[in-house]
Ligand binder design. Structure first.
Ligand code: S3P
Length: 172
């Protein structure tokens, strides 16, 4: 682990890039605790993300998310799977980058469209969201926040996790 030692390992990226599953595999392989920011928000609020957006609005969700990022950034040795929108807030980005190694899971839009088809849990996909447009708007934020980008297109989560471990062990 020479590149990250005790620091946090943070996964960022668009919805459907596999942050939760890859995070789970990384935590297992590295013997670290996994924290999934969406899951923490759901636990604290006692309702699914979709309902939080519906009842309290996106701004409220972002406030809770920001508080959680602040808390996690004060801890070390975690694997953090973050929600796709954390990078929209500059304070979140600064905190995450200070607290660890930030890995951007990216994927081709065609892959994301396939992975997200029929999803009813994500509020940003409700209605006729232009996924390609949102993806295009988000990419500069992920690029700006990340220490490294990993292309997950066509790769199973296990292969992605192995690639990340290779990188943090000092490979490419
Ligand atoms: C969001 C992504 C979701 C969740 C919320 C908002 C976003 O997380 O935090 O629906 O703004 O991209 P996933 O990236 O885990 O789907």
């Amino acid at each position: 682990m020479k590149r990250i030692s005790g620091k946090n390992l943070i996964l960022i990226g668009f919805m459907g890039t596999g942050k939760t599953e890859v995070g789970r595999l990384l935590a297992e392989s590295l013997g670290r605790r996994l924290v999934d920011t969406d899951r923490l928000i759901v636990e604290r609020e006692g309702k699914p993300v979709r309902e939080i957006f519906q009842d309290r609005g996106e701004a409220y969700f972002r406030q809770v998310e920001k508080k959680i990022i602040g808390e996690l950034s004060g801890q070390s040795g975690l694997v953090v799977s973050s929600g796709g929108g954390v990078v929209l807030d500059a304070d979140n980005v600064a905190r995450l980058r200070e607290s660890g190694y930030v890995v951007w899971l990216d994927a081709a839009i065609t892959d994301l469209e396939a992975r997200l088809a029929g999803d009813t849990t994500r509020p940003l996909l409700a209605g006729n969201t232009d996924l390609a447009k949102l993806y295009g708007e988000r990419r500069p934020f992920y690029r700006n926040a990340a220490h490294v980008r990993v292309d997950t297109t066509g790769k199973p989560p296990l292969a992605v996790a192995a690639e990340i471990i290779e990188r943090i062990r000092g490979g490419t």
